[in-house]
Write a protein that binds this ligand. Structure first.
Ligand code: NAD
Ligand code: MG
Length: 400
């Protein structure tokens, strides 16, 4: 029997997509559109956009659809009328979606809001395809300990981590000297601090290479995203903090690299299209045919690199310090950043205030002793709430 016939006969892989209406969710569903014989979407969840979720639920003929926002429940039910698709709204419906019987749960919710449902899916033994980096930033020790206990695979979808995962595959981690996460440098890579003081949300949302949700796009402009990703990497790969490097690479062609102790540097390259790392997780350890743009290296001609500038991009330094401090510091950093980014997007604070709000919150909470290592997801979420309250105070002080 040929391998192709074996694939045709294999049952379809059942997927739950959390964050279905977002950038990661839509890219995931697009892969399913190309491979309907291999994947079946059983449940979808999103934040509050009922019409959009209902349209996707109908297209993929899912069994269950959920919105986190309880007040959007009626609209979702109305939009699904006659479809026979079960649905619900609110936190318990979100959990029902996360726990719907499936093979892989795609964790594509943005922010700490993704932690509880993704953790629940992990506890239920589902393979996690992890885009939501906040699970590891806020609760990395708890999350990876649970994955080990349940012997569940946590497959990294974030492009840099996925690149490193691809390069490391079946190699010995003890032979790794360091790993390198690349960063585009964002839209303000060459701007001075003075120029960055006056940038608008619209300018900050114009990422040079990637099309992503608004929070991660702003985080890419401050380099906070790269800091969160170093923390994420510290949990995914058993390496010391000084073995995790960041390199600015404006073309976003090399996504991640592994330096071995004999001096070899191995890299994963590809077009900046999230469908590649997503498909790698969905098909792992195999690969899918995908119609993503192929790299034309002769046309690209030049790839450039530079060291990150921690003076112009203090958010990266704050994240690295939070990683070294450990305990609750990364969760507080993330919560403060989520609030500061929202305030910047709402026009309440300036671009440079984002990092200074985060710094204020960490300083206040360090002084109050609130940053001890949280021992449960509930404790992480408590700390998240406290950091958001402190961030509101810091934001109000700066509000324009
Ligand atoms: P997005 O803003 O485009 O989409 C977020 C999704 O989460 C939406 O479906 C939204 O409805 C849902 N959501 C928001 N708040 C929610 C809540 N409280 N409860 C339930 N659902 C909620 O974000 P994105 O760019 O797709 O990013 C999602 C995650 O993936 C983030 O953690 C991000 O860091 C990570 N990630 C994204 C990319 C990318 O290319 N977009 C790349 C790497 C990692
Ligand atoms: Mg990334």
């Amino acid at each position: 029997m040929s391998a192709d016939i074996a694939t045709m006969d294999a049952p379809r892989v059942r997927l739950v997509v959390l964050g279905a209406t977002g950038s990661i969710g839509k890219s995931t569903l697009d892969i399913v559109r190309h491979h309907p014989d291999r994947y079946e979407v059983v449940a979808l969840a999103a934040g509050r956009r009922a019409a959009e979720l209902a349209e996707l639920a109908r297209e993929f003929n899912v069994r269950f659809a959920a919105l986190a926002d309880a007040s959007a429940g009626e609209a979702l039910d109305a939009a699904l009328a006659g479809s026979g698709i079960a649905n619900g709204a609110g936190q318990s419906a979100l959990h029902d979606a996360a726990l719907y019987p499936a093979d892989i749960v795609v964790a594509g919710i943005v922010g700490a809001a993704g932690l509880a449902p993704t953790f629940a899916a992990l506890q239920a033994g589902r393979t996690i395809a992890l885009a939501n980096k906040e699970c590891l930033v806020c609760a990395g020790d708890l999350f990876m300990a649970e994955a080990r206990r349940r012997q569940v695979a946590v497959l990294p979808m974030d492009s840099e981590h996925n690149a490193i995962f691809q390069v490391l595959e079946s190699r010995n981690i003890a032979e790794v000297e360091k790993i390198v996460l690349t960063a585009s440098g964002g839209p303000f890579r060459t701007k001075t601090l003075d120029e960055m003081r006056h940038v608008t949300p619209a300018q900050a949302l114009r990422h040079p290479n990637w099309d992503m949700g608004s929070r991660i796009t702003i985080d890419s402009a401050t380099l906070m995203n790269k800091g969160l990703e170093v923390i994420e990497a510290s949990h995914l790969f058993p390496l010391a903090h000084d073995q995790l490097d960041v390199l600015v690479h404006p073309q976003s062609v090399i996504h991640g690299m592994v330096q071995y102790k004999d001096g070899s540097l191995l890299a994963q390259l590809g077009s900046p299209d999230m469908r590649t790392p997503i498909a790698h997780c969905l098909a792992w350890p195999r690969r899918l045919d995908l119609p993503v743009a192929r790299l034309d290296l002769a046309r690209l001609a030049t790839l450039t690199f530079e060291a990150p500038d921690l003076v112009r991009f203090p958010a990266l330094g704050l994240a690295l310090s939070a990683m070294r401090a450990g305990g609750g510091a990364p969760a507080a950093l993330n919560a403060a950043d989520e609030e500061a980014v929202a305030a910047f997007l709402a026009g309440r604070i300036g671009f440079l205030d984002i990092a200074s709000v985060v710094a204020d919150v960490l300083e206040t909470l360090t002084g109050s002793g609130a940053l001890a290592a949280p021992e449960s997801v509930a404790a992480v979420l408590n700390l998240d709430g406290e950091a958001r309250r402190q961030a509101a105070v810091a934001i109000a002080r700066r509000a324009v």
